[in-house]
Design a protein around this ligand. Sequence first.
Ligand SMILES: [Zn+2]
Length: 85
Amino acid sequence: MEFKKCERCGCFFISEDNVCCHCKPKDRADTIKLQNFIEENGAGFSIEEISAGTGITTKNLYRFGEIQNISGTAGKTEFKPNIEL
Ligand SMILES: [Zn+2]
């Protein structure tokens, strides 16, 4: 076990996670919001638009996954989560 710096609040903690125990529920709530937004609105949004629509900071959105342009489809995006939703 080693000290880690929380990716949300910057405090130091000991855990296998990337965020501290105080921020874990916030991460969970944000990923649920993100998932709901994508289910309701579909693809075609930039990370900034998703941030505005969900209230999740772009920094956290980049942590949760990648929003990529679907090749050959102008303006269409696809969210590729890199955490468990
Ligand atoms: Zn934290």
